[in-house]
Design a protein around this ligand. Structure first.
Ligand code: FE
Length: 276
């Protein structure tokens, strides 16, 4: 697992209300993986002056190893905690599915842009100002009445950060990663999506080299809408393929619900028979 994967995992798993600060506070403490993978059931006093963060005991072996590595990188001056904070803040607040939604809305609105997007997605997306890490080699796959596209990273969590932000927790989960290729129609059912039996489902496996983005079908009844209006219909899940673009009515309902509830959340994938 890369350092980046560890960072995003810790952030998204809700390590703390202020993940970056919590994270660095712990990083400043020397970490001894072999001493912290068990639970301390007793109270004792150490004869030395460093703090022990005893809640390390719930961490998995890989998380402990990632923390140890990050601690060393900071101590040796190879990475700057302030820079890491800035990167995390960037992906929390500035980069997200709203970027991808603007790309999709433009493709719906401008046929020439759609063609460009489908032939050279990296350049077409960069034209909107979205490029950089985890988006160097983009491929956009269009949904049609005959074919629906679904994106997964079967190996880990590869995801097009510049247009979708950081991946949701379920995208990185073993159940989603395995079920997406074994039973994609079942995954869609988990997300409340039922497609016609005649509509073929094509699954794309994102990798470190290529990241896929689904171009959902434009909903009916949106003729003459502005790009800003169209973008409101484009959900994160519709660009992964676990959802569809909202209909005008769904969008109106969502706007009303937004007054009393947080943004749309997806149903975690729970295959029958337990975790894969
Ligand atoms: Fe991956």
């Amino acid at each position: 697992m890369s350092l980046w994967a560890g960072l995003s995992r810790g952030h998204e798993a809700g390590v703390g209300a202020r993940p970056a600060l919590t994270y660095h506070a712990r990083m400043s403490t020397p970490t001894h993986p072999e001493q912290h993978t068990h639970t301390h059931a007793h109270t004792h006093t150490h004869g030395h002056d460093h703090d022990h963060d005893h809640d390390h005991s719930h961490l998995g072996e890989m998380d402990v190893r990632v923390r140890a590595l990050q601690t060393l990188l900071v101590q040796k001056g190879y990475i700057d905690p302030a820079a890491l904070d800035r990167i995390i803040e960037l992906y929390e607040k500035e980069v997200g599915p709203h970027n991808g939604a603007r790309v999709v809305a433009r493709a719906w609105d401008e046929p020439a842009y759609r063609e460009w997007l489908l032939t050279d997605a990296t350049a077409a997306i960069a034209d909107m100002g979205y490029s950089g890490r985890q988006g160097e080699h983009m491929v956009v796959v269009p949904n049609t009445p005959d074919e629906h596209n679904l994106v997964v990273c079967t190996l880990c969590s590869c995801y097009p950060w510049p247009v979708l932000g950081l991946p949701p927790v379920w995208y990185k989960s073993a159940p989603y990663r395995s079920k997406a290729v074994i039973d994609p129609r079942g995954v869609l059912a988990d997300f409340g999506v039922t497609l016609p039996a005649s509509q073929h489902i094509r699954v794309w496996d994102s990798t470190a080299e290529v990241r896929y983005l689904v171009l959902p079908e434009r909903p009916a009844g949106t003729e003459g809408w502005s790009r800003e209006q169209l973008a409101e219909l484009v959900t994160r899940d519709s660009m992964i393929g676990t959802g569809l673009a909202l209909t005008p009515r769904q969008s109106a309902d969502a706007s009303r619900a937004a007054a009393t509830a947080p943004a749309q959340t997806a149903t975690p994938v729970r295959p029958a028979g337990g975790a894969a």
